[in-house]
Design a protein around this ligand. Structure first.
Ligand code: G6P
Length: 606
């Protein structure tokens, strides 16, 4: 949520900052700005709208080989030119870009206003710029440290100062910040996406750490002014990972990448001989695995819905009571943390603040947390006691697809691993392994049916309101399907247990309200089909995501047949056509598929 980029070196900064911001736009995209320091001082350009709007608004001549930029997702104050970052102090010498939230911004603002400071925006960030600008310290580092001593809250920030034109000072507390190392040039960013075009040598700052970045190098230190020793690490990513390539949208590219992504998460983890999964990163020995009495899964948005699907897998395969809860709620009900519960944090970005805070709360109270995380080295991954990396590769579209599929596969691996040190038989273990091995080819089969799904999506897109229904294994699938549909098509899509329809929502069924029903070939199939009859009797249009063997009787429905796997694994496959339906509906409605309104890829504010 929000992106930061900074450059210092030998080349003109502005085009590099714009390029970096366009790579970060998925993190937030309601306004953007850059500050460049040249011989005529600090020049700031900022604009509500997209990075391309900012690019068009830049002055023709914008010299300067040092600068910072930001792309924003509004928290304090609307998405206006004035509220866009960078923010300056009263003298116009200081320029700050900031991710995170200053919790005591209101009181700092009052104090500064009493001292005669005039504010130009409604943001919390502007207080930091004024605090730095008003410092009497000799060095920029000391001024930043003084300012941050007054700030409560979270930040990843980068600071430019016209009186210190040879450096950018950056700081991290709760919001990611990295330094990119080049040859006589250096970068700073909130996300490697901004840097991979220029360097793959990066340094991850820790919370409470700051860095001075000059064209020749960097030094790091703590907020207690103690130097720290950091070595650059090489990131295993390339610029193509952040390019749409031949695809019209990132979401489409990511949907199509799912079979490869599934292969990546499975690679080296399946033990065919013993019918189990090798998950070395879990840091759980068999004795600890057997001692687990309960599994509690925490995630937000789509990750929470996949967590629900994962809880089903853990209960079915490992016979351990399991449930999922939105991480955003968990911390606020003073949860009882149990020593024999395995807590699982699930997150694509590894930066979602609600999930992170839930992890920290569990750890504070002595609980054990593992992570199912996509971004290697991310904050949540580092906080957890162990975990399973998802290896889905970078995901840029806000609506998650391949990362979600790999989360679900990650849960299957976890459930298999836990099951095999408990009650799951070797033959069932082998059956699940064979099922997991079939997944990539079956995923490819589903995405190959893209054209048929596009036609169905066209019909669904015309409705103002839709139901997504499923039972037991199919219910999390329906929830995720509704979430995906609403977030990119902006249609009202509501998920229900099929069994609950007749307890209320059936009143809403009409020829104007289609239902997408998940009907796997399992023990509940007949009951599901009976519910379809009830919907059809009320003239509700039906799209049924099902298996070829399922007989829908004489119900008038559009059916989408999904390749069948093992019943426990089927939900993973059943979600994929729902992604494709949502995608095509959004395309047909002319929406910005990759950057849906009001949302951002990773929500790093509470
Ligand atoms: C945001 C996104 C959702 C995503 C959720 C969790 O709300 O809009 O699509 O599912 O964050 O993100 P995470 O990175 O933790 O998986």
């Amino acid at each position: 949520m929000c992106g930061i980029v900074g450059y210092i070196g030998t080349a003109p900064a502005a085009p590099l900052l714009i390029e970096g911001l366009s790579r970060l736009e998925y993190r937030g995209y309601d306004s953007a700005g850059i500050a460049v320091l040249g011989s005529s001082g600090l020049r700031v350009t900022k604009k509500a709208g997209r990075v391309r709007d900012l690019d068009e608004a830049l002055p023709k001549r914008l010299a300067g080989k040092i600068g910072v930029g930001h792309t924003r997702w509004a928290t304090h104050g609307a998405a206006t030119d004035a509220n866009a970052h960078p923010h300056c102090d009263a003298t116009g010498k200081v320029s700050v870009v900031h991710n995170g939230i200053v919790d005591n911004a209101a009181s700092l603002r009052d104090r500064l206003t009493d001292d005669g400071v005039e504010f130009h925006s409604e943001t919390d960030t502007e207080v930091i710029a004024h605090l730095i600008g008003r410092s009497a310290a000799d060095t920029l580092e000391e001024a930043v440290l003084e300012a941050l001593a007054a700030v409560q809250g979270t930040y990843g920030l980068a600071v430019l100062h016209a009186d210190h034109p040879d450096r950018i000072v950056v700081a991290r507390n709760g919001s990611p910040l990295i330094v990119g190392v080049g040859d006589k040039e250096m970068w700073v960013a909130s996300d490697v996406a901004a840097l991979v075009r220029y360097t793959r040598q990066v340094v991850y700052l820790d919370d409470g750490e700051l860095a001075t970045v000059t064209a020749g190098g960097f030094t790091t230190f703590t907020s207690d002014r103690q130097p720290t020793q950091k070595r650059p690490t090489t990131v295993d990513l390339s610029v193509e990972d952040y390019d749409e390539g031949e695809h019209r949208h990132f979401m489409r590219k990511e949907i199509l990448d799912q079979a490869d992504a599934a292969e990546r998460i499975l690679r080296g983890r399946l033990d065919e001989r013993f019918g189990t999964a090798h998950l070395g990163g879990l840091n759980l020995d068999p004795r600890a695995s057997r001692a687990i009495q309960r599994v509690k899964i925490l995630g937000c948005g789509s990750a929470y819905y996949v967590g629900q699907l994962g809880a089903g897998l853990v209960e079915e395969l490992a016979r351990i009571p399991a449930d999922a809860e939105p991480a955003s709620e968990f911390r606020y009900r003073n949860p009882v943390i149990e020593r024999d519960t395995l807590y699982v944090a699930v997150s694509q970005s590894g930066e979602t603040i609600d999930t992170l805070l839930a992890v920290q709360e569990i750890k504070r109270k002595g609980g054990r947390v593992i992570g199912l995380i996509n971004v290697v080295g991310s904050t949540i991954a580092r906080e957890c006691d162990g975990g399973i990396y998802l290896h889905a590769g970078p995901e840029v579209a806000v609506a998650s697809t391949k990362a979600l599929t790999n989360m679900a596969i990650g849960f299957a691996l976890l459930a298999l691993h836990l099951g095999r040190v408990r009650d799951l038989s070797v033959s069932d273990g082998k059956r699940i392994i064979a099922g997991l091995q079939r997944l990539p080819a079956q995923i490819d089969q589903i995405v190959a049916a893209d054209e048929d799904l596009s036609t169905v999506a066209g019909v669904l897109a015309e409705a103002q309101s839709l139901f997504f229904v499923g039972r037991v294994r199919g219910y999390p699938v329906a929830r995720e399907g509704a979430q995906k549909f609403k977030e990119i098509s902006y249609r009202h899509a509501e998920a229900y247990q099929t069994s609950e329809l007749k307890h209320g929502p059936l009143a809403l069924i009409s020829d104007q309200v289609p239902t997408v029903a998940i009907v796997p070939d399992d023990a509940l199939c007949d009951r599901n089909v009976a519910a379809l009859h009830e919907i059809a009797a009320r003239k509700g249009p039906l799209v049924v995501v099902t298996h070829a063997g399922v007989d829908l009787g004489h119900v008038d429905a559009t059916r989408i047949d999904v390749p069948q796997n093992e019943p426990e694994i089927d939900p993973i496959l059943l979600t994929i056509p729902l992604q494709i339906l949502a995608y095509h509906a959004a395309v047909k409605l002319g929406h910005d598929v990759d950057k849906p309104r009001n949302l951002a890829k990773s929500v790093t504010v509470e």
